[in-house]
Design a protein around this ligand. Structure first.
Ligand code: ASP
Length: 426
């Protein structure tokens, strides 16, 4: 992706570094309020602009993608491979997190006074989590809820699973109809899809400034002191995320696709930077789609299905974070998790990460479910609030990279590098 002479990626990176510098200066010289009031809105504007495209883009790209499938069996094959891949990488992520946390024991030796202080600071926040968990739907309700009663409402509310379900049915039926009848509607959605991609291109010109503002606001608002207190815990999560990123995905790409690993990571850079600064897989989705389908050449019929689904249900980074956090909190409370409890963590964190929406901080709410399943007080979440934003940014990068890796693997032989269907060269 080149915008102007300099690579977009380079511009975003410069924006990010400049934002960090401004944020640190604001923190140091006490003008954080200024940054939060006047600079942050630029970042919020950027996020709103890309979020604005998500629903129409997902709907149009799914319809166009499914309508171009040769038969329903092909969709079944893509769907099965996608779900298996998502499930396996999620389980590997949690297991990796648990392993690291058990080996490095980040929760051991946390000062009691600090523990009490951390818990007290986050009391109100924890209460809202407990309230959210109170009206817990059953698994059957969750499954039934994938089918929208009213697809227009699903689009309006941005209920992704419902949008995906309706778009798939719409696309499949278009594919089943004779071309004479389906042609106009297909053409219309191809047009909508192209317009949305054009908007992504336009909005991405603002990315360096948006990222600058987002980073400045995060750093200005972030207490560096808390990072020192929770350093060991934060490091275990970050090391786990890095290992997952440099071992699991490259291996999968190497063994299961024809894409070269460096090409994959180079192509994904813009999306990773946006994911890092926004902390939202959902908001990043238009950029992820562009990187995967345009730069990496994954056909839209695969990327258009795998990526929106992934941004909704596949959260490897979140899962790993939940594994480490459960062990950390247990260790601070002086509890040693038995093997059965750790297996329970693997199961519940898999489900919890599926249920986590691709929005900032969503993984903390579902972490409460994991803690509850193994009998750890939910208030323990309060211990990690201080570094939550930073870890959210890091795990979101892994979340979207996992989705992209799956798209590349599922597309496998169909990838023709540089010939993505999403758009023309910029
Ligand atoms: N922010 C993450 C995402 O959008 C979800 C989470 O909170 O873990 O992917």
């Amino acid at each position: 992706m080149t915008y102007g002479k300099m690579q977009l990626y380079t511009k975003i990176l410069i924006g990010m570094l400049a934002g960090v510098v401004l944020g640190l200066a604001a923190h140091h010289w006490g003008f954080s309020a200024f940054v939060l009031t006047y600079v942050k809105p630029v970042g919020t504007l950027f996020i709103r602009l890309i979020s604005m495209i998500v629903v129409p883009l997902v709907f149009a790209s799914l319809v166009v993608g499914t309508a171009s499938l040769d038969n329903v069996r092909e969709l079944g094959r893509i769907g099965t491979r996608t779900l298996v891949f998502y499930l396996c990488t999620t389980v590997i992520a949690i297991s990796g997190g648990l392993l690291l946390a058990n080996l490095l024991r980040p929760g051991q030796g946390l000062n009691l006074a600090i523990k009490a202080q951390l818990l007290q600071q986050s009391e109100d926040q924890v209460k809202t989590y407990e309230e959210t968990l109170a009206d817990k739907p059953t698994v059957i309700d969750v499954l039934l809820d994938i089918v929208p009663r009213n697809p227009i409402r699903a689009l309006v509310d941005g209920n992704m699973l419902q949008v995906i379900f309706f778009a798939l049915m719409f696309g499949i039926c278009l594919a089943l109809m004779p071309e004479a009848e389906a042609g106009t509607v297909k053409g219309f959605f191809e047009g909508v899809n192209a317009v949305m991609i054009q908007i992504v291109h336009l909005v991405m010109r603002m990315a360096p400034y948006g990222v600058f503002a987002l980073m400045a606001a995060v750093i200005a608002d972030f207490g560096v002191g808390i990072l020192l207190v929770l350093f060991k815990y934060a490091m275990v999560v970050i090391v786990g995320l890095c290992l997952h990123m440099v071992v699991v995905y490259p291996l999968a790409i190497r063994l299961l696709s024809r894409v070269r690993v460096p090409a994959f990571f180079t192509g994904m850079r813009p999306a990773q930077l946006i994911a890092f600064s926004s902390g939202s897989s959902s908001a990043t989705l238009p950029v992820t789609l562009e990187c995967v389908c345009e730069t990496l050449g994954v056909p839209l019929k695969i990327g258009g299905f795998v990526l929106p689904l992934g941004a909704t249900i596949n959260m490897d980074g979140t899962a790993l974070f939940q594994g480490v956090s459960a062990v950390f909190i247990a260790q601070v409370y002086g509890l040693d998790l038995s093997l059965v409890q750790q297996v329970t963590v693997v199961l519940t964190a898999t489900l919890a990460s599926i249920g986590t929406s691709g929005t900032p901080g969503a993984g903390m709410v579902t972490l409460a479910i994991v803690l509850r399943s193994i009998g750890i007080p939910v208030e323990g979440i309060g211990l990690i609030f201080g570094v939550e934003r930073l870890l959210d940014m890091c795990r979101t990068v892994v979340n979207i990279t996992g989705d992209a890796c799956c798209a590349v693997v599922v597309a496998n032989r169909e990838i023709e590098l540089g010939t993505g269907l999403l758009g023309k060269d910029l």
